[in-house]
Structures are given as structure tokens and as C-alpha cells.
Design a binder for this molecule. Sequence first.
Ligand code: G4F
Length: 340
Amino acid sequence: MNKIALITGISGQDGAYLAKFLLSKNYKVIGGERRSASGSLWRLNELGIEKDIEIVDFELSEFTNIYRVIEKYKPDEIYNLAAQSFVAASFEMPIMTSDVTGLGVSRILEAVKNINPSIKFYQASSSEMFGKVSESPQNEKTIFYPRSPYGVAKLFGHWITINYREAYNIFACSGISFNHESPLRGNQFVTKKITHGLSKVKLGILDYIELGNLDSKRDWGYARDYVEAMYLMLQQKKPDDFIIATGKNYSVRDFIEETCAQLKIQLEWTGEKENELGIDVHSGKEIIKINPKFYRPSEVDLLLGDAKKAKNILNWQPKTNFKKLVQIMVESDYSKLKSI
Ligand code: G4F
């Protein structure tokens, strides 16, 4: 019998890569999609797996819907990747974010507990929970200090996962993923905004891109690598929590510079703070501008993960370094835009 996996957030970047990976392991994949996200299955299409997945309406704010889906499909494993996952938007929609990203996790766990407590559960936790970091690098024991409604909601999801494991013996794991990117990343996230935007600039489709804080540092990995760690967590003898990260971090400015290098744009910086500009030396044009509307009310200045535990116990480590990641994203964006 094939194992059955329910992936919530199937229309997102990680949902698509995880579905592809689980299909390669002969799983039957049920993809939970929010009704309002309907029609956004282009990522599955891009990976050529749209027809291999059964899509179901899945709404994290509606307990009865969650209960019915789990009761009907009887999954062996649930991967909860659904969330309001854009940090900036969580400042505008803190209540919805708390409900979906935070309380949504307890709705699934409560359904699991009542329907079949032997279902294995993966919670997509986030390095955003470390926020104002107390030490670097951050590991599974580092204390949390979230700096956004999103981070606070994710922290609730993390602890409620641990609580259901301890209280009801549910095989529930929390994977604390640091930023992970790919060609399937949404355009609002900074990496994709840069690779997509600067590819357009290179092709003469756009004059410039506008960004916020260029100095924050992130530990950026490749999403395709990270979904394998999610799967591995649910295959262990004991449920546990793991950091998923590369152990190297770079600033937004570094990401821009690497993108320019890949696109063969010679970049020069002038000015400071809000007046800083990125100039294309060859054309003399201003191709990067700062717009304070992209600053966050409270920022996470740096994140850097220590994934030693995942290496030791899961035998997992990232395969894709920063340079390669930027190259994968730039090549994908540039070639797609060029062929339009
Ligand atoms: O790409 P970002 O929006 O990602 P952020 O906020 O780090 O969150 C991502 O990673 C988390 C894991 O740590 C996930 F949990 C979360 O769901 C999401 O996937 O922003 C990265 C950095 C920030 O410091 C932001 O202030 O880039 C800075 N930035 C500068 N200019 C910008 C921009 N971010 C965005 N989105 N857009 C800008 O124009």
C-alpha cells in the first residue's frame, strides 16, 4: 500500500517541491489548497505533477473543514506548510496571521488527536521565531524573540506541536527552516524580487527596482534541498525538532551583487541610507533605489542557522550553496523573460 501524505499549502513553493519529492517515493499526495488560492497551481504545473495530486479545499481557519479532510483521506503523514507566510504582510494583517499561521496548527493537531493520533505531523516552523537573536549561529536550544506578528504566530505553532507530542504522544515534529528560495519563490520575497527585477532591467523591460533594508542578513538555502529534511524528520524512530539551514549568511546587498555578477551588470553603489543608489556602470542608469515603504516596523537584522543536529541524526545537509542558488534563480528568471 502506498503511503498517503496530506500537504497543506500545496500551491506554495515548498508544497510543490515536497509533492514532487514524495511522488518520487511512491506516496499518494493529497494537496490542501485554500479556496482563495484557487487557480494558483502553476508551480505544480511547472514541475509537471499537477495531474498526479488530488487537490482538496483546505482552510486553516475552519476546523470542520480540516476535520473532514483528515477523516476522509486518512493520511499517514501531514505536512503543514500552509500559512500567511509573508512577514511584511503580517504587520498589516496581524489577526488573520495569528489565526491562520498560529491557531491553524492547533486545529490540525486537535483533528489528528481525535481522528487518529498515529498520523505523523510535520510543522513548518521558521527561523523568524529567533527574531532579535540572542546568539549566533542559532540552534534548537537558542531562545526565541520574534519580531513580527508572523514570527509570534509561528512560535505558537512550534510550541503547540511540541505540546501535542508531549501531552498525547503524537509523532509531531517541528522543522525550523531558515530562508529557502528557488525559481518557484513568490515575487514579493526579496530574493525573487531581485533576480526577477534585475533580469527585467538587463533585458530593458524595467528601468529600476525598489527595495527596503539592504543590510539585513539571511541564511539562504535552496527549497528543493529543504523539503527532503522535512520528509526525513517523519521517517525517524522518535519525533523531534530540527534546524534546517546552510550555516552561512549573506546580506540583501550581497544577494544583489551576486545577481548582478551573474547577469554581467557592473554595479556601483552611491549615497547612503534612503538615498543609496545602485548604478549600472555601463549605462550610467540608476537600477536600484531605496523605498522606505519596504522597511519593516521591527526588523530581524541577521539569521544564521546551525544544522548540526539534522546532519547527525537525519544525515541531511544542504547541497546547494549561495552562489549556485543565485545562479539557479537568475537563469530561470532570465530565460523565461527572454522567451516572452
Ligand atoms: O525575503 P523576505 O521577505 O523574507 P523574510 O522576512 O526573511 O521571511 C522569509 O523567511 C522566513 C524564514 O526566516 C520565513 F519564515 C518567511 O515565511 C519568509 O519565507 O525578506 C528578507 C529580508 C528582510 O530583512 C527584509 O526587510 O529582506 C529585506 N528586504 C529589503 N528590501 C526586503 C525588501 N524584503 C522584501 N520582501 N521586499 C523588499 O523590497
